[in-house]
Design a protein. Sequence first.
Length: 275
Amino acid sequence: METWFITGTSTGFGRILTEKLLQRGDRVAATVRQPSALAELKAQYGDHLWVATLDVTDTAAVRRVVDAAFADLGRIDVVVSNAAYGLFGAAEEVTDKQVRHQIDTNLVGSIQLIRAALPHLRAQGGGRLMQVSSAGGQTTYPNFSLYHATKWGIEGFVETVAKEVAPFNIGVTIVEPGATPTNFGGGLVSAPILPAYDQTPAGHVRRGVFNGDFPIPNDADKIAQAILESARQHPAPLRLALGSDTYADVRAALVARLAALDAQQAVALSVKADA
């Protein structure tokens, strides 16, 4: 039996992972903003489900809840940083308040969760950290600039942490799901619309999202199962690309960046200091 700690478990991947783990007999420390969201699962699984209310933008609460989970449950094998949402709007459209909340939730909240978990994972001799990112952690789409800022940021942080904690037997994986029917689109927070962007790529993407024109090719249950299976891979994969769209989009982005870098080789080498 394993014990997992997962944030953002009321809906989406967090909820599906929680259900799958409980069904196979594992224990889950689940955090939600509204405890009633897991009342049915708590009634069904009892002590196998540990529930705490948590807003990941509250750093003191993050530390308090993580400490309590390890104190109550003992060893926690896998910590999943999943709580996040998407802010939808061109960079000029989003409000200052929206910018701050997006960063505090997706980036700072994830950073502080990982920082809170690390001392416990070291003390118990190892474990696994999983950060749920997205294809948008390596690619970009108009109207998602702030969302991308947080996902690119957390990927840089987590990739660095992986190098720091490898000597402590802590495996680290960045999970990158593609478009999946988990109500992500319905949960988007939208910015005030500026007419100037109507006939721009931002406007085209806005209409496509609102009209449901973009394909959603992935199966949420299969993605959750792949995440569970990856937790037993050793060594831990640093990145887990999940979805045909993720593979295609991330590969295209990486190939384009490599081509752009190679095209600048001469100028890159030209600034070397003289001997």
